[in-house]
Design a binder for this molecule. Structure first.
Ligand code: SF4
Length: 232
């Protein structure tokens, strides 16, 4: 994909959503870190349900340690991998207290040393809590980058490195959220909504015309199935 198309894509995404934000609910860098750690293999909706109650009783690393592993486990048990996540959270809180003055560090190396924090989580925290223009490649961004031709790569690291090289500076800070939201709601894994896609004209996925035509046919069938109203 050439630079002009990339710019066109980001200009459209920016126009539609000038201030994109994470769908996770949080009130501080610490709460964001907790929410992102909980969100691995879980939906933002399920994390928000849990974190609403959790942050009402614990908002700091000290409060999490006081809460204790057993109670924390109980509070997050509706989320996948809750046993491991609870243990990582308590361990992470202890490190934050003893090594970082109870604050979330704003550098990648320190973040990635926290239990349960990998490169993707570190990138989300750096971008969303500290405004660092990095792009955390999750399953949605990986798919969108490859399918559209924006930044193809065989694995998430390759896609991240290519996005770093090709996303113009002015879009870098928000590219993360634009691409996630586009993948979550439009360029979905199954049945991408090509007919309604705002970046259709610049996407390079070969199947987009066929997908759009299929959607139109399905839409026509649905409206044709509706019972006709009597005009008498
Ligand atoms: S046209 Fe289709 S494949 Fe391309 S970005 Fe839009 S939804 Fe995704």
């Amino acid at each position: 994909m050439n630079r002009a198309k990339r710019i066109a894509i980001f200009e459209i995404l920016r126009e539609l959503n000038p201030r994109p934000a994470t769908e996770l609910t949080y009130g501080s860098p610490f709460e964001l870190l907790v929410a992102v750690m909980l969100s691995a293999q879980a939906t933002d909706v399920s994390v928000n349900k849990v974190s609403r109650h959790l942050f009402a009783v614990a908002k700091t690393p000290e409060a999490f340690v006081r809460l204790g592993l057993a109670r924390l486990r109980g509070m997050i048990r509706t989320i996948g991998l809750y046993n491991t996540k609870a243990a990582n959270l308590i361990h992470t809180c202890r490190i934050l207290i003893h090594e970082h003055g109870s604050r979330v560090p704003s550098d990648r190396h320190a973040l990635e040393r926290l239990p349960g924090v990998g490169r993707k989580t570190a990138n989300v925290v750096l971008n969303t809590a500290f405004g660092v223009p990095v792009i955390a490649v999750d399953t949605h961004i990986f798919r969108v980058a490859n399918r559209t031709g924006l930044a193809p790569g065989k694995n998430v690291r390759e896609v991240e490195e290519r996005l770093d090289r090709v996303v113009p500076d002015e879009f870098r800070k928000d590219a993360h959220h634009w691409l996630i939201l586009h993948g979550r709601y439009v360029c979905t894994a199954r049945s991408p909504k090509c007919a309604a896609c705002p970046i259709f004209a610049f996407c390079e996925w070969r199947g987009r015309h066929q997908a759009a035509a299929g959607e139109s046919r399905a839409g026509a069938r649905r409206s044709g199935d509706r019972p006709r109203r009597s005009v008498a």
